[in-house]
Design a protein around this ligand. Structure first.
Ligand code: HCA
Ligand code: CU
Length: 391
């Protein structure tokens, strides 16, 4: 069964300006555990003492998920990760010729020797630790280099090889698609009698992170990386809520992911990252299950499936009708019923609608909570005054 690695606390904290205090990191990790991800990448311990302490803190908690630390291919990084008490270390080292020549000033053989030595070292310190090796920028690196490095890493003890689409380069349906890449990599490793688990880490530079992750899933990948709100470098990575929803609901992955807890997690991460959940975000956005235009609301009130392909209840949300300049009587009556106002006469309802439309024409929405106030105001004042008050 496919496993999920959440990296909100590592990749997500690489979003410019995002920093989670240690106790917030812990709260996020605990909520991720409630949702049921398999691995939580808690940070890169050498970044700072604070990150190191936070990783330690999380690793010491009674969390069901395996806690991972990120690490360069250096023994110093491994020592620090091990000292945090994690059960998983993700080691990355790019093996593309361009990076080897231009940045590391090393040849492939020397680089691979270093990778293998560091992996062996980590396993010597703790034979039970899970090791993932990621040839960073995998998909733009020479395939032979990737295979050579992956085989050496696996022989040295790596349990997982991760395919990193570090720059969001893959495009479904083209030559450079993730489905073919996963298959090709698996075949090449099997030919060399190596059968590590395969992971994918898809960046969203072209908006295809989720599509590429699904391509990888279809090709039989074992682990998929994601983060809350898709946080990460530049355009980020795969959005956790979208990934879990599509895997569970559309692909029928029988995992006990607790999708109903996603909202709480998203609110927590949004609040402490300072990054709002976009209103039109699939699955978790405020408008994701809200209908607006009259044709839509009429049909959806009658049968939500007319305008919803996803049942909001499956992720603990509900269908909503927006009250604004588009609203008609049926939208209003639907919302009035929801707030328990079933006894209003038609004249009053029409007056309420008139106010809703005026407020809507100012580019605003009348929220459920405001409706009761509007009704009370109508009973006491004239509509012009009310519009001035609410708009
Ligand atoms: C990074 C790059 C990385 C690494 C992924 C991994 C990527 O920020 O260090 O170690 O599996 O996208 O390649 O996130
Ligand atoms: Cu990344």
């Amino acid at each position: 069964m496919v496993q999920i690695l959440d990296t909100t606390l590592r990749e997500g904290e690489q979003t410019p300006g995002v920093y989670f205090d240690s106790h917030i990191k812990l709260a996020i990790a605990e909520q991720l555990d409630v949702i049921g991800v398999d691995f939580i990448e808690a940070g890169h311990p050498v970044v700072s003492n604070e990150v190191c302490d936070a990783v330690k803190n999380i690793a010491q908690r009674n969390i069901r998920a395996v806690i991972a630390a990120h690490s360069r291919s250096w023994k110093k990084d491994i020592d620090q990760a091990i000292s945090c008490g994690v059960g998983f270390i993700g080691i990355f080292y790019c093996v593309s010729e361009q990076r080897l020549n231009g940045v590391f000033k090393k040849d492939l053989k020397t680089a691979i020797a270093q990778i293998a030595e560091v992996i062996r070292y980590a396993k010597q310190q703790n034979p039970n630790i899970i090791i993932r090796y990621t040839p960073e920028d995998t998909v733009r690196s020479e395939f032979n280099n990737v295979i050579e490095a992956a085989v050496a890493a696996t022989k040295a003890g790596a349990d997982i090889i991760s395919i990193a689409d570090t720059t969001g380069f893959m495009v479904p349906g083209t030559e450079r698609n993730m489905y073919d890449y996963v298959r090709k990599l698996k075949t090449a490793l099997t030919e060399q009698n190596q059968n590590p688990k395969i992971a994918v880490h898809c960046h969203n530079d072209r908006g295809f992170a989720l599509a590429n992750a699904i391509d990888a899933f279809r090709a039989g990948v074992d682990i998929i990386d994601a983060s809350v709100l898709g946080l990460g470098e530049r355009a980020g990575i795969v959005d956790l809520a979208q990934l879990l929803t599509v895997l569970k609901i559309d692909f029928g992955v029988e995992n006990n992911w607790n999708l109903k807890q996603l909202q709480e997690l998203y609110n927590l991460v949004s609040e402490h990252s300072g990054i709002a959940i976009p209103v039109n975000n699939p699955v978790m956005g405020e408008n994701a299950f809200t209908h607006c235009a009259g044709v839509h609301t009429n049909a959806a009130i009658n049968n939500p499936l007319h305008y919803q392909s996803l049942d909001p209840n499956s992720i603990g949300r509900e269908m909503r009708i927006s009250l604004d300049h588009m609203s008609g009587i049926s939208s209003l009556k639907y919302v009035l019923k929801k707030i328990g106002e079933t006894e209003l006469n038609d004249d009053l309802i029409n007056q309420v609608l008139e106010i809703i439309k005026s407020v809507g024409q100012k580019g605003k929405i009348v929220r459920r909570e405001e409706l009761k106030i509007i009704i009370n105001l109508i009973k006491n004042k004239n509509n012009k005054e009310i519009i001035q008050q609410v708009a």
